[in-house]
Design a protein around this ligand. Structure first.
Ligand SMILES: Nc1ncnc2c1ncn2[C@@H]1O[C@H](COP(=O)(O)OP(=O)(O)OP(=O)(O)O)[C@@H](O)[C@H]1O
Ligand SMILES: [Mg+2]
Length: 591
């Protein structure tokens, strides 16, 4: 699986990448093909036996005894050749399925691994639905293509070889006709290939776009319903569905031209050879039995249908290769957190130094943060306030390591955060945000996410996060299932779960971004004790709109348009009579 992550997808052709997925199964595939020949033997042997029987019937003066003996021989051979298909087919499927299913799993696992490593900005800008599509649909197309190749290629080769050999033996002249079929098909494919590739790409992209849109639509349904803008949403989705319809029609159109022209050409060819055989037989140019005429005509039929079958695989192969490109986009996406080879952190004190840090989000010209200089000491609680868009959450993202400074440095305990393995650092932090994400599991699972506490520690956290009443009121207590995203819980309940989660992790650094925004004043004051306990002795970054939450912070930083405008304790800032004092007046008036 590792190998899948370290390939260079962009510099190679899709087919090369595709072959690479299965490189370790080369010999097994040879075996699959051999097994195919064995299992498909009846298809090639039965016509020969049939021809033999017809020849025998039409042969004048064949002794009845010899006739019967040969007939039994033919029956015996036929029986064995047909019945062996059961074990050989099973073996064939097993030989083929193992690599197919393994690569299917490995590709999905590689995609998920890469998605876990891709940066948070990548995820916020890429639609979830389109990524889901890659993990499910594209991997499936690749697997389908493999199964088809393993089935069709040996079939094609066998048919060609057998037909070729038998014809060479019975009527060498006809080999020329076989040879003519192949270039005919190839010319047709080459003339149509570019359009087929392009239409498939458009189709795949419009499907991804639609999946992304549908996921978003599902997420927005409560808001859409509340604002009665269902029609707008549906218009939006329908527009994408229209695009898929157009792209799909184009794919169908090109596939249909291809299939029908192929079919007609090959059938005409078939017809021509049949007439020719009859003609040559009648004129006594071809000295063969009646059975052989049937055999030759039959093989022409086989050859044309096989070439047709092979050509009909081409649309699916084009689709499969498009999927290889599609997953390659993710597997080779460079936008990952570079943690490899960086030293692990084994201890975090919690001293942060923002050294002239500026930051702007990709694709956004405006600085989200500009020239931030700030020293947050070990164990200190620093609160950030300011208007919406002032850059408070961006500071939190820098501290978590979701984003890195565009210029300047952020030092953790004196070490540049760019130089450490952020994954090891994050074991020491806890994050509680405004939007608490819960997964489909029990309350206990959600609280214990990533940690393994004792029952006592768990109950202590539940109590401290003021969750005991809730838990006791539920018939199944901690084992109550919360649906995906905590659909069964209130915003405040979800936030308290997040606080319990943070308590259990016992972090060195705490990041609270609007952590209490979903709580009413009363619950907030109840939780305040829990939070105070949580904050004690840890470096804490608090972002809050409600000033009551942050009065006790060691320092308050007032942000204004990405810059630090004021800094000091509550009292000092009030005395300064600047932005903070103004905010405080408005806040107290509103209370
Ligand atoms: N993912 C993003 N891509 C581009 N720009 C962003 C992104 N996130 C935030 N910004 C911009 O960065 C600036 C700072 O945003 P930030 O989220 O830090 O504000 P904030 O102070 O947390 O605001 P709020 O109080 O509303 O949460 C804003 O101007 C915003 O437009
Ligand atoms: Mg914010």
């Amino acid at each position: 699986m590792k190998e899948l992550l370290h390939r260079e997808y962009r510099n190679r052709r899709a087919f090369q990448n595709y072959i690479g997925f299965y490189s370790e199964y080369k010999w097994r595939f040879v075996l699959v093909w051999l097994m195919y020949v064995v299992k498909a033997a009846p298809v090639f042997v039965l016509p020969v036996l049939t021809a033999e029987v017809i020849n025998m019937i039409t042969e004048p003066g064949l002794e009845p005894q010899l006739f019967t003996r040969r007939l039994y021989e033919i029956l015996g051979i036929g029986f064995v050749v047909v019945v062996q298909n059961i074990p050989s087919h099973m073996l064939y499927v097993w030989l083929m399925s193992v690599p197919c299913r393994t690569v299917e799993r490995d590709l999905r696992s590689a995609l998920c691994t890469r998605l876990q490593h891709l940066s948070i900005p990548y995820h916020t800008t890429t639609k979830m639905g389109s990524l889901q599509n890659k993990v499910t649909r594209d991997v499936e197309s690749i697997e389908n293509m493999t199964r088809m190749l393993l089935d069709t290629v040996p079939h094609l080769l066998c048919s060609l070889v057998v037909a070729f050999a038998v014809t060479l033996y019975k009527a060498p002249l006809f080999v020329i006709f076989y040879i003519a079929v192949v270039p005919l098909a190839v010319i047709l494919f080459v003339s149509i290939r570019d359009r087929m590739v392009r239409y498939n790409r458009d189709f795949r992209q419009s499907i991804e776009e639609m999946s992304g849109r549908v996921t978003e639509m599902l997420r927005l349904i409560p808001i859409t319903r509340a604002h009665h803008v269902e029609d707008l949403e549906l218009d939006n989705v329908n527009r994408r569905l229209d695009r898929i319809r157009t792209a799909g029609l184009q794919v169908d159109y090109i596939n249909s031209i291809f299939a029908s022209v192929n079919w007609v050409l090959l059938m005409l060819f078939n017809l021509a050879t049949l007439v020719l055989i009859a003609f040559l037989y009648k004129k006594q140019i071809l000295k063969i039995g009646v059975g052989d005429v049937g055999l030759l005509a039959g093989y022409f039929g086989t050859i044309t249908t096989t070439v047709l079958a092979a050509m009909n695989c081409l649309p699916a192969i084009t689709k499969g290769l498009e999927s290889v490109k599609s997953i390659g986009e993710v597997l080779e996406c460079p936008d990952i957190e570079l943690n490899a080879d960086k030293p692990m952190v084994t201890e975090v004190k919690g001293d942060f130094l923002f050294d002239h840090v500026s930051f702007s989000y990709p694709g956004n010209q405006k600085h989200a943060l500009e020239d931030i200089c700030l020293h947050v000491r070990e164990g200190e609680t620093v609160a950030f306030v300011g208007a919406s868009g002032a850059g408070k959450s961006t500071i939190a993202h820098l501290v978590i390591g979701f984003v890195r400074p565009s210029s300047g440095r952020l030092l953790l305990d004196g070490v540049d955060m760019n130089t450490i393995d952020l994954r090891s650092y994050r074991k020491f932090i806890s994050v509680v945000t405004q939007e608490t994400l819960l997964f489909d599991g029990t309350i206990r699972d959600n609280i214990c996410y990533g940690v393994n506490p004792t029952e006592f520690e768990l109950m202590d956290a539940v109590r401290s996060a003021d969750l005991l009443d809730l838990v006791e009121s539920l018939p199944e207590g901690l084992s109550t299932r919360v649906r995906e995203n905590g659909a069964r819980l209130s915003g405040g309940q979800k936030q308290r779960i997040a606080i319990a989660r943070a308590l259990l992790r016992d972090p060195r650094v705490l990041i609270l971004d609007e952590a209490t925004s979903a709580l009413d004043v009363e619950s907030e004051s109840q939780i305040k004790t829990a939070l105070d306990r949580l904050i004690k002795g840890r470096t804490t970054f608090i972002v809050a709109h409600r000033l009551s939450t942050i009065r006790d912070a060691d320092r308050i930083v007032v942000m204004n348009r990405g810059r630090i405008a004021e800094i000091g304790t509550h009292q000092e800032l009030l005395a300064m009579n600047g932005i903070y004092a103004d905010m405080n007046r408005k806040f107290t008036a509103a209370q």
